[in-house]
Design a protein around this ligand. Structure first.
Ligand SMILES: Nc1ncnc2c1ncn2[C@@H]1O[C@H](COP(=O)(O)OP(=O)(O)OP(=O)(O)O)[C@@H](O)[C@H]1O
Ligand code: SF4
Ligand SMILES: [Mg+2]
Length: 336
């Protein structure tokens, strides 16, 4: 049976945000629960997809798991080791095993360095490598990500978006990472290039036995890439299960809305109500206007259709993830 490479338990990351530019008073500060009690596990050679709208906390989860952000609470167990509170020095040894493909295409590529230098630096920082071996390793990496050797002498701004993405992937592989957080690796790319990147990541997973946390706001891409999918809304996972169940038998109203915004195949009624509710006075997606109980209530078509049941907004009754079969879990009082 495949080993569990990552386990995340009740992870929270709250940011403090000043309300006014000149406000230094604590009472004027606001806490943003960007990640608010997320739990899941990832097996070796498996992909967990994380999907949700812009600002729901996807990048923050990825960064906190990799300990680029300090967790507020909860536990992160990587390869059997609790890494939640490791110091920067202690984490250094793990950087070669876990890496991030950054959402921003340019984030990991120093604009003043040629591609050859970027890859050389990544290879040599994490591993002691015999003289002369770096060139061989670079050639291997270029082949893995299907990038022409001639690109090595270019600067990042001379590459297309798809080529930059390939260099970013090569940089992560050069380190020898086994667990990769791939943060929106297909965004900002043309549809045909997006498909190439998804295929590349899938091939690399087979070849190198990689484990991915794959982040995207596009449920179609997440479904294509992932074994399991977690749907996130305002810092919480609201539905989680095998990718085919999330695709064909989603139970949470929010997952239905995500699908209905992409396809016609979901319930027309839910889709019609969703559109009318989103367009109405509740069409706000905001950490700064917290609601009690279920945080999806202000946009939920089921809540509206059922005459706004009290249980949905009862502060003592925030819906927890509950099993509905085959490891499929849903956080809703009235699952569809
Ligand atoms: N360093 C920070 N300081 C304060 N707030 C932050 C910080 N980083 C993120 N946030 C806030 O946390 C929330 C989640 O942000 P995050 O970047 O994780 O969302 P996301 O789901 O990745 O969005 P997108 O799809 O746009 O990339 C947002 O409200 C954001 O403004
Ligand atoms: S708990 Fe109520 S408000 Fe929340 S998603 Fe379910 S039906 Fe909608
Ligand atoms: Mg993001």
């Amino acid at each position: 049976m495949a080993k569990t490479i990552l386990e995340v338990q009740d992870l929270k990351k709250h940011f403090t945000h000043r309300k006014g530019l000149f406000s230094a008073v604590k009472a004027e500060q606001q806490s943003i629960p960007a990640v608010d009690g997320v739990s899941f596990y990832l097996k070796e050679n498996e992909t967990v997809g994380l999907v949700g709208e812009s600002g729901c906390g996807k990048t923050t989860i990825g960064r906190t798991i990799l300990r680029l952000e300090k967790p507020t609470s909860g536990k992160i167990i990587f390869d059997g080791k609790d890494i939640t509170t490791l110091s920067t020095d202690e984490l250094r040894g793990l950087r070669g095993k876990m890496q991030m493909i950054f959402q921003d295409l340019d984030a990991a590529l120093n604009p003043k360095m040629r591609i050859r230098e970027i890859l050389t630096e990544a290879i040599e920082v994490h591993h002691r490598i015999a003289e002369g071996s770096t060139e061989k390793r670079i050639a291997e990496l270029l082949e893995m990500v299907n990038l022409k050797k001639s690109k090595l002498s270019n600067f990042p701004h001379e590459l297309s978006g798809g080529e930059k993405r390939r260099v970013g992937i090569a940089r992560v592989l050069s380190v020898g990472a086994q667990f990769i957080v791939a943060d929106e690796p297909t965004s900002a790319l043309d549809v045909s290039i997006q498909a190439q990147v998804v295929n590349l990541l899938r091939d690399l997973q087979q070849q190198l036995k990689l484990s991915f946390l794959f982040i995207s706001h596009d449920l179609r891409v997440v479904e294509l890439m992932s074994h399991k999918v977690a749907v996130m809304y305002l810092g919480k996972v609201v539905e989680m299960g095998m990718a085919e169940r999330i695709a064909r038998a989603a139970h949470h109203p929010y997952t239905h809305i995500l699908w209905s915004s992409l396809t016609e195949k979901q319930s027309k009624e839910v889709s019609r109500k969703a559109v009318s509710v989103q367009a109405g006075r509740w069409g706000v997606f905001d950490f700064e206007r917290p609601v009690s109980g279920c945080r999806f209530a202000p946009r939920c078509p089921v809540y509206e259709a059922r005459g706004r049941p009290e249980v949905c907004t009862d502060p003592a009754n925030e819906p927890e993830l509950r099993e509905v079969g085959d490891g499929h879990r849903v956080a809703c009082h009235f699952p569809l």
